[in-house]
Design a protein around this ligand. Structure first.
Ligand SMILES: Cc1cc2nc3c(=O)[nH]c(=O)nc-3n(C[C@H](O)[C@H](O)[C@H](O)COP(=O)(O)OP(=O)(O)OC[C@H]3O[C@@H](n4cnc5c(N)ncnc54)[C@H](O)[C@@H]3O)c2cc1C
Length: 460
């Protein structure tokens, strides 16, 4: 039996600066095979998004190219990891090969953590060494804790500690410039093991099946595209602090879709960003919000299904299906809300300010359970990510950690005046705006906002 390494890709879809993969290549002197498992349970999740999946497949295809350029390749199987690893081990056995090392980069979602623990035990029982690395967060949830070892529940002190951590010698290397390590190559590929193995790959089958259901244009994906988007943002970074709240301006980075799949990481971006300006500081703090919400999900995994704040678990939501439908289709008669929802459904994207407004509107004007909105976002957002989405929804619903106080309710009309003063964003998505066909508001905002305050106040 000859020893080889195996790298399991998940949400780290790139070669450059991929810590677990590079470590494997180094330890196994390039004799590393790469695999990706499409978990059937994931594909049948109720919050599955055709658009996000299409973008994911594109990112996988780009990853394949990156690996091929370096002499390797990727095998995409339609098994979950449990059946998948068993299949791979049998396959390798036939060719007198055995993985001595399996690597992956860590994931922090509750489902992923359980899965990874299970797979690690399974591999270790077979005398296979498992090595995991930090990748998609700059600071892992267990690294930024209060002095008494408990997790933060409020962003500002979390952020202070996060920055302190990054100023330590251990933290500084996280944002260090890339090294020549990335230049190493593969000495093995599935094709070289057996020319028939690549025929097992299911990536194109998934792509074809999914394409039939796809209703939106999916943006370019992959690491080169992510770096192009980042470079482009570099020229606009100085204006970020002042313009980031205005949806008509192309003022934010547009990187969240790439962070989600690991085509590029936040550490790679920040290590190449001049971090000494008010705009850069603002951008860094937004990246820290992403990490804060991961920390919340990691330390309080119940937030996936429940309010972070137990006080608000028993709110009597009205959950009116007709109003929910109007919200989903962008027909509420509140132009900024409708613009946002139409943009979401037609493109899979929505500006952060508008996300806050439509989320607040669903919960505090329509009195619909935030989880309905969270699910709808996940069905459509190209960057849909459990931690940030859940955090954003619980913030807007005032049920989360460090949330918007329940009595501070966005007025969608004044938000529009303030953040879309020329109505340019609204007019792009709501062409009937300002014409006789303009929709009438489906609710009276002032009256509904008062009622929302009563709903929350009743619970303390
Ligand atoms: C109700 C609601 C739902 C959301 N759902 C998601 C989601 O599913 N996935 C997601 O990535 N973000 C989500 N966000 C956060 C935010 O809207 C997006 O990250 C941002 O709009 C992405 O655009 P950008 O990359 O141009 O952001 P930039 O302004 O360029 O920010 C840089 C990066 O910081 C992170 N970031 C920025 N704002 C936030 C934030 N408020 N919370 C957490 N991370 C942030 C993102 O990773 C982003 O790419 C949600 C916000 C709200 C209010």
């Amino acid at each position: 039996m000859k020893s080889i390494g195996l790298h399991w890709f998940r949400r780290d879809l790139r070669f450059d600066g991929n810590p677990a993969l590079l470590r494997n290549i180094e330890e196994m002197r390039g004799r590393v095979l790469c695999v990706f498992f499409f978990d059937a349970t994931f594909l049948s999740r109720p919050d599955f998004s055709v658009g996000r999946f299409a973008f994911f497949i594109k990112s996988l295809q780009s990853l394949k190219d990156q690996l091929r350029e370096r002499g390797g390749d990727l095998l995409v199987l339609d098994d979950g990891p449990d059946a998948g690893f068993e299949r791979i081990l049998n396959l390798l056995d036939k060719h007198q090969l055995k993985p001595a090392l399996v690597t992956w980069n860590r994931d922090y979602e509750p489902f992923a953590r359980l899965r990874d623990e299970r797979i690690e035990r399974w591999l270790q029982k077979r005398d296979i060494k498992v090595l995991t690395e930090r990748d998609h967060l700059i600071c892992e949830p267990h690294e930024v804790l209060k002095d008494d070892g408990t997790p933060y529940r409020v962003f500002t002190p979390y952020y202070r500690k996060w920055k302190q951590f990054l100023a330590t010698s251990g933290g500084r290397v996280r944002l260090a410039a890339p090294t020549a390590k990335d230049k190493i190559n593969f000495e093995l590929s599935w094709k070289r093991v057996d020319a028939k193995i690549p025929a097992l790959d299911r990536c194109d089958t998934f792509e074809k099946q999914n394409r039939r259901r796809l209703k939106i244009n999916v943006p370019e994906a992959g690491t080169s595209e992510a770096f192009r988007v980042w470079k482009n943002f570099g020229h606009r970074l100085d204006a970020y602090k002042d313009l980031r709240d205005f949806p008509a301006h192309d003022a934010t980075s547009g990187l969240s879709i790439f962070f989600k799949n690991g085509s590029i990481t936040t550490a790679q971006v920040l290590s190449r960003t001049n971090r000494h300006s008010a705009s850069a500081e603002k951008f860094i703090s937004e990246v820290a919000w992403r990490e804060f919400y991961y920390s919340i999900l990691f330390n309080f995994p119940y937030v996936e299904t429940e309010s972070f704040n137990p006080k608000y678990r028993n709110i009597k939501w009205e959950n009116d299906e007709k109003l929910f439908k109007k919200w989903k289709s962008g027909e509420t008669g509140f132009p900024l809300v409708d613009a946002g929802m139409r943009e979401l459904v037609q493109t899979g994207r929505m500006h952060n300010r508008v996300r806050m407004v439509v989320a607040s509107f669903l919960v505090k004007d329509l009195h619909i359970d935030w989880r309905w909105g969270e699910r709808f976002f996940m069905e459509h957002l190209l960057d849909g990510d459990l931690a940030a989405n859940n955090g954003g929804w619980q913030w807007a619903a005032s049920t989360g950690c460090d949330p918007q106080p329940y009595f501070r309710i966005f007025n969608p009309q004044s938000q529009a005046k303030k953040f879309d003063p020329e109505n340019s964003y609204i007019q792009k998505w709501v062409p009937e705006f300002g014409t006789k066909n303009e929709l009438r508001p489906i609710v009276n905002h002032a009256e509904r906002a008062r009622r929302a305050v009563t709903l929350y106040r009743k619970l303390g």
